[in-house]
Design a protein around this ligand. Structure first.
Ligand code: 8YV
Length: 323
């Protein structure tokens, strides 16, 4: 029997590309240039499996029309709001993701953003690199103390919990959270955290608000102008979840008006576009979607995709099936 034809849409860690090439009739994207909509549509017509990333938009139109050949989308990443999973499901396309293996590294990046924005790490670094540091003085780049403050977490899944653990046990912070479903208080206490009823309850008491819920329609613009106003004056927003969870225009206004003090962002509404007004502000720390970007994690993510499509083509249920 011939091997399934698979397309890997971006460069992946070499160890993973090697395994994929051994097991499948694999096309790699050697130049690592993101595919355009037409190329993705063509891929759905010609490959048995397409392995996309967050940079591949797969809206419903791409699944419409002529019958598609692709039977599985093995997404590289836990978030899949770039894929219209309802449309995929309708056309009988299985979608898998890579949960678990990026929990720690994404929580670490959230901590990095929280610390950087509170302690003005980005500003200080830019100053030193520019050769503009004139020497130590008591009033220089004075930031906000982190230890002992209250952090509010929106979305208490794997990453939210790992972040809570770091904040509480690493930095002595009080941790409150909002989660759609009720979490057993004993479970929450393992992470030093306490559930509150509403997003507003969390915003009202938090010095730092960190987003850890999925992107997509259900949470689109969860952080809007009203909710920025509901945050404590002087509070900070951290977003390592998805750009669409935040109304970016409202965030820019809230930052410019001083409604909130600062923001640490790893994700944006229209990546890789980052609004110029954000890039001009000193009270924001801006990273280029690095949440899972460690050697260990990116390899583990790739191997999860390998496991998912291997199981699928062997006629088994893929371990991380989304639809
Ligand atoms: C990935 C992420 O790098 O897994 C996710 O949801 O946000 C990132 O860590 C990205 O999604 C790759 O597709």
């Amino acid at each position: 029997m011939s091997k399934p034809r698979i397309l890997v849409t971006r460069r992946w860690p070499v160890a993973v590309e090697t395994v994929l090439s051994e097991r499948f009739d694999t096309t790699l994207n050697k130049d690592d240039v993101a595919l355009e909509a037409g190329q993705l549509r063509e891929a759905l017509l010609t490959y048995d499996a397409v392995l996309p990333t967050v940079s591949d938009k797969l809206p419903s139109q791409l699944f419409e029309g002529e019958a598609i050949r692709t039977k599985i989308l093995g997404n590289f990443g836990v978030g899949f709001n770039h894929i219209d999973v309802a449309a995929a499901k309708e056309r009988g396309v299985v979608v898998t993701n890579t949960p678990g293996v990026l929990t720690d590294c994404t929580a670490d990046i959230a901590m990095l953003l929280l610390l950087s924005v509170a302690r003005r790490g980005g500003e200080g670094e830019r100053e030193v690199r520019a050769g503009a540091w004139t020497g130590w003085r008591p009033t220089h780049l004075v930031g906000t103390k982190v230890t002992g403050k209250t952090v509010g977490i929106i979305g208490f899944g794997r990453i939210g919990r790992a972040f809570a653990q770091r904040c509480h046990f690493g930095f002595g912070m009080d941790v409150v959270f909002y989660n759609r479903s009720a979490i057993d208080p004993m479970e929450a206490s393992r992470y030093g955290a306490m559930q509150l009823q509403t997003v507003e309850d969390v915003l009202e008491v938090s010095d730092f608000v960190s987003l850890h819920c999925p992107g997509g329609a259900e949470n689109r613009h969860l952080m809007n102008a009203d909710r920025f106003t509901a945050m404590k004056p002087g509070a900070f927003l951290i977003n390592t979840a998805r750009g669409d969870v935040v109304d970016e225009a409202a965030l820019v206004t809230a930052l410019e008006r001083g409604t909130i003090r600062g923001a640490g962002l790893d994700v944006y509404e229209a990546e890789p576009h980052v609004p110029e007004r954000l890039r001009e502000m000193d009270n924001v720390v801006l990273l280029p979607h690095l949440g899972s970007a460690t050697e260990e994690t990116r390899t583990a993510m790739g191997m999860k995709v390998v496991d998912n499509i291997t199981a699928f083509f062997a006629g088994h249920q893929p371990p991380d099936r989304v639809v």
